[in-house]
Design a protein around this ligand. Structure first.
Ligand code: ZN
Length: 215
């Protein structure tokens, strides 16, 4: 992982940390390792993904502000474009209502939260995505956006160098939801860091090639 600082006050920070909860399979079947294709892999080195269980239903927690819904729908549309190209299926479907837990935890719902509290020792994170899987099948994911330490802007044609472009941030986190890991490829939306004012909202060929391994 790379962390950049420059000599001005612009903040370059880690863009999310992915954590996985590994649930050990009870069966004794031999599992064949797979190349990563930039996916997260389970302990048997198999890529974890939703497989054919797309579109993924996404819910907004009530903590997610209405003014920022457009960034979420924009980010979903970016990935759905790719899903349609690859398999004529959307990757995500935004659902109404806010079922499940009011703070991020494993509750059976894939939700996005915008939080005004954040751990002091993890202020470097602009967001954090948790992915839950069993075997190689992802069945839930939660996105936390750090609104305690970061401010966001929406317009992609007027960069604000004091804030994080929210759609770009969510595009990256949704990539984690699909199973993608970080990459150092500078064309990818899955790079670790996102500078203030940087717009990086469109998945590029490395991202599409990675997804082709699973979707
Ligand atoms: Zn990330």
């Amino acid at each position: 992982m790379k962390l950049f600082f420059d000599h001005q006050k612009r903040i370059f920070a880690l863009l999310g940390i992915i954590t996985g909860l590994i649930l050990v399979q009870a069966c004794g079947r031999q599992l064949t390792p797979e190349t990563s294709c930039n996916f997260v892999q389970n302990q048997n080195l198999q890529r974890v993904s939703w497989g054919s269980n797309t579109p993924v239903n996404i819910y907004m927690d009530s903590s997610y502000p209405a003014e920022y819904v457009i960034a979420l729908t924009g980010a979903i549309a970016q990935w759905n474009n790719i899903g349609q190209q690859l398999s004529k299926k959307d990757f995500f479907r935004l659902r109404t209502g806010s079922p499940g837990a009011s703070s991020p935890r494993q509750d059976g719902y894939t939700k996005i939260y915008m939080l005004n509290t954040w751990e002091d020792d993890r202020r470097i994170e602009q967001a954090r995505t948790t992915v839950y899987w069993s075997g190689s099948q992802i069945y839930e994911s939660d996105i936390r956006i750090n609104h305690k330490d970061y401010d966001f802007y929406l317009a992609d044609d007027r960069p604000d160098y004091s804030k994080v472009h929210l759609e770009s941030l969510i595009v990256h986190e949704l990539g984690h939801v699909l199973g993608l890991a970080h990459t150092h490829n500078t064309e990818s939306v899955m790079q670790v860091s996102l500078a203030n004012g940087k717009v990086r909202e469109e998945p590029q060929s490395p991202d599409i090639e990675a997804l082709q391994c699973e979707y």
